[in-house]
Write a protein that binds this ligand. Structure first.
Ligand code: AP5
Length: 230
């Protein structure tokens, strides 16, 4: 059975700016999978002025994690909306052991399980440069980078012509705090999933978009081949 047909559930782990969003979008496009991107769901809730958006705002602006209860409810709701047979890439979730435990309960209720956890890795100086150059379109969601993938016209989205955003939590001070929060709250998931699944698939996040995407595909294919032989 091909990766497309299997409808896998894959978690993308990694520090801020490593390329989870970029690679998650490539995986979803390549295989027709759905994406659950908690950062995007929260930013949409903020734009729409919902109660969740209002509650999440101060945590996000400070670079802190939004409380687990709010996030788990959001992901559970989103999971219910997805077609049963479609693969899913989780990007930015889970981010704490408590979130991982909640996902381990929610997925089997839907007849799913976690098939693979991919960890994208890059040194802090690469992350800081990528984040400082990121510009996102609030309208169509396309992400640019002024250093690596600039828009044709500065500050304007090539796709839809909207004015591009520089995320408030992408300021250098907040980025340093987000990295510290990642090390404290999210990095323990590498050991957690290593124990639970036997392996976390490490992928070098340094390189061009295509090189990193090829690393992701290789890691996933090798993992699935080994599983099939077991
Ligand atoms: P979230 O939006 O998830 O932020 P993050 O995890 O910090 O990740 P980023 O979006 O910063 O980076 P990325 O790894 O997706 O990189 P990207 O592909 O964009 O979360 C924001 C906030 O929401 C959190 O701080 C928290 O408050 C809250 N939140 C979200 N989920 C939560 C949860 N589960 N629990 C609690 N709170 C939660 O790439 C970055 C830039 O680099 C882009 O410009 C891109 O174009 C460029 N780039 C990517 N790959 C390459 C490459 N290979 N070469 C050159 N440039 C590249």
């Amino acid at each position: 059975m091909t990766i497309e047909e299997r409808g896998l559930s894959v978690i993308l782990l990694g520090p801020p700016g490593v390329g989870k969003g970029t690679q998650g979008a490539i995986l979803a496009d390549s295989f027709g999978w759905e994406r659950i991107v908690t950062g995007d769901l929260l930013r949409a809730a903020r734009r729409e002025g919902t109660e969740l958006g209002r509650k999440a705002q101060r945590y996000m602006d400070a670079g802190d994690l939004v409380p687990d209860g709010l996030i788990v409810a959001l992901v559970r709701e989103r999971l219910q909306q997805l077609p049963e047979d479609r693969g899913i890439v989780f990007d930015g979730f889970p981010r704490t052991v408590a979130q991982a435990e909640a996902l381990a309960i929610a997925l089997p209720e839907l007849g799913r399980e976690i098939d693979a956890v991919l960890l994208l890795e890059a040194p802090d100086e690469v992350l800081v440069k990528r984040i400082s150059g990121r510009r996102s379109c609030p309208q169509c969601g396309r992400v640019f980078n002024v250093h690596f993938d600039p828009p044709i016209s500065e500050a304007i989205c090539d796709e839809c012509g909207a004015r591009l955003d520089h995320r408030k939590d992408d300021q250098p001070e907040t980025v340093r705090h987000r990295l510290a929060v990642y090390r404290r709250e999210t990095e323990p998931l590498v050991e957690h999933y290593g124990r639970q699944l036997g392996a976390v698939l490490r992928v070098d996040g340094v390189g061009s978009l295509d090189e990193v995407a090829a690393g992701v595909q290789r890691a996933l294919n090798t993992h699935l081949e080994l599983e099939a032989q077991a």
